[in-house]
Ligand binder design. Structure first.
Ligand SMILES: NC(=O)c1ccc[n+]([C@@H]2O[C@H](COP(=O)([O-])OP(=O)(O)OC[C@H]3O[C@@H](n4cnc5c(N)ncnc54)[C@H](OP(=O)(O)O)[C@@H]3O)[C@@H](O)[C@H]2O)c1
Length: 402
């Protein structure tokens, strides 16, 4: 049977990714022989891939035309790089009495089983980033961290966000070593993010700090490493020296990326100005920008900029660090949808193609925050929440950092 699949293509000249369906766009790009059948679209046919390459495109992925649960729900059109992985059978969970081991963390991704069904976005590296992750800021107590992570893995989270400054990398490494096998998972099944501390800016310190994070976490590579903050600890925000420090840090990250230690690299708390400066000198375009993002801080200019440049925007403090769950607009939408306020806030970001990393020390809330996939906010809900934008921050403001 001839199946017409959608293609995720990347222009070879840029990091921009593009889904092409049965649209005129695809007809314009490719002769019908290229897209007419499934076998021509999944990379098995060299001739057809050559055809794509001749036209300046690289095939990153193909998916069936069945409407995927998440991108279908996007308001205002589907961002080009979103994709839902095909449903794969889950591996049976391993018995909990298996030896608990750091080797689970050091297992090369190639040896890991196929990815669990999840909801991901394609980074400009071509790698999938899960749209839902567990935040771990302030999860310092090892047992609390372990319980949250256990609930997260059991509820389908496949991304964990930490940072050197959170002081929990070693505890997280131990918890992952214990819990991944219990959930029938391997290192390659989870996407692990850490961040370079502002105290470690500069080429040598940044390299040493990234290697230290790997050691603390007990793993061979990070899926993503972010420069946590555009400034350097100990320098005034307006100090021009901040620019040079973060430029040197980026070079260190680029080298570790090229060495395969950091599968993707990105930045956090950068403004459009900081990103423009980085894009002017970088060899590797950042894959991710992680910033505070919620209905009271909708950051539309920053989001547009990232979309244009093929940089994925990841939200932190989606719940306004807990302050937004009681806002009347949020509770009203939650009532209409029969969902909780936290779910509404997370879904608001997802429907804009923005991934989320909510934190909770409470396993029941961790599970609640994962119920995001089989429902959607209506345009009227999005509009009501969009009206809350007032530029309020619950974390720090990077706009004064030179
Ligand atoms: N790059 C950066 O500079 C940066 C800055 C801040 C955060 N982050 C990352 O982003 C993650 C998330 O941000 P965040 O921790 O600031 O804030 P958040 O996820 O917006 O909110 C966390 C707060 O909301 C509460 N909460 C969680 N789920 C809830 C629910 N279902 N109902 C009601 N309350 C709920 C939590 O309380 P309980 O724990 O008591 O449940 C906690 O107080 C962090 O953990 C960290 O990984 C990055």
């Amino acid at each position: 049977m001839t199946a017409k699949w959608n293609l995720l293509l990347r222009k070879q000249s840029s990091s921009e990714c593009q889904w092409l369906g049965r649209s005129n766009a695809r007809r314009r790009l490719l002769p019908s022989s290229v897209w007419a059948s499934q076998k021509h679209l999944v990379g098995s046919c060299k001739e057809q891939n050559d055809e794509l390459e001749k036209r300046g495109f690289r095939l990153l992925s193909a998916r069936s035309p069945a409407p995927p649960p998440f991108p279908r729900a996007l308001i205002g059109g589907q961002p080009p790089s979103l994709r839902a992985w095909p449903r794969l059978p889950r591996a049976a969970a391993r018995p909990s009495n298996l030896p608990n081991t750091a080797s689970a963390m050091q297992q090369p991704a190639e040896l890991a089983r196929p990815r669990a069904p999840d909801h991901t976005v394609s980074l400009n590296t071509g790698a999938p980033l899960p749209l839902l992750g567990l935040g771990t800021f302030r999860l310092r107590d090892e047992e609390t961290l372990r319980l949250s992570l256990d609930a997260a893995l059991g509820s389908g989270y496949r991304l964990v966000d930490t940072a050197a400054v959170y002081g929990n990398e070693a505890a997280l490494g131990r918890a992952l070593g214990e819990l991944l096998p219990r959930h029938g998972l391997a290192r390659g099944d989870v996407f692990l993010t850490s961040k370079l501390s502002p105290r470690d800016q500069g080429e040598g310190p940044a390299r040493a700090a990234c290697l230290r994070s790997l050691q603390e976490l007990g793993c061979d590579y990070l899926d993503l490493c972010l420069i946590h903050w555009p400034g350097t600890q100990g320098r005034p925000q307006e100090d021009e020296g901040n620019r040079e420090c973060r430029r040197l840090s980026w070079q260190a990250l680029e080298r570790l990326h090229e060495a395969g230690k950091l599968r993707a690299i990105g930045v956090s708390n950068y403004t459009v100005r900081h990103l423009q400066e980085l894009l002017a000198h970088c060899r590797v375009v950042p894959a991710v920008l992680q910033v505070e993002f919620h209905p009271e801080l909708a950051q539309s200019a920053l989001l547009d900029f990232c979309r244009q440049k093929g940089i994925h925007l990841q939200a932190y403090s989606s719940l306004g660090a807990g302050h937004l769950v009681g806002r009347p607009e949020v509770t009203e939408v939650a009532r209409r949808r029969g969902r909780t306020p936290a779910q509404v806030l997370l879904r608001w970001a997802l429907q804009q193609g923005v991934s989320v990393i909510p934190k909770s020390a409470c396993p029941a809330r961790v599970a609640e925050n994962a119920q995001l996939w089989d429902w959607e906010l209506s345009p009227a809900d999005m509009e009501l929440l969009g009206g809350m934008d007032c530029g309020r921050r619950y974390c720090w403001d990077p706009s004064e950092v030179a």
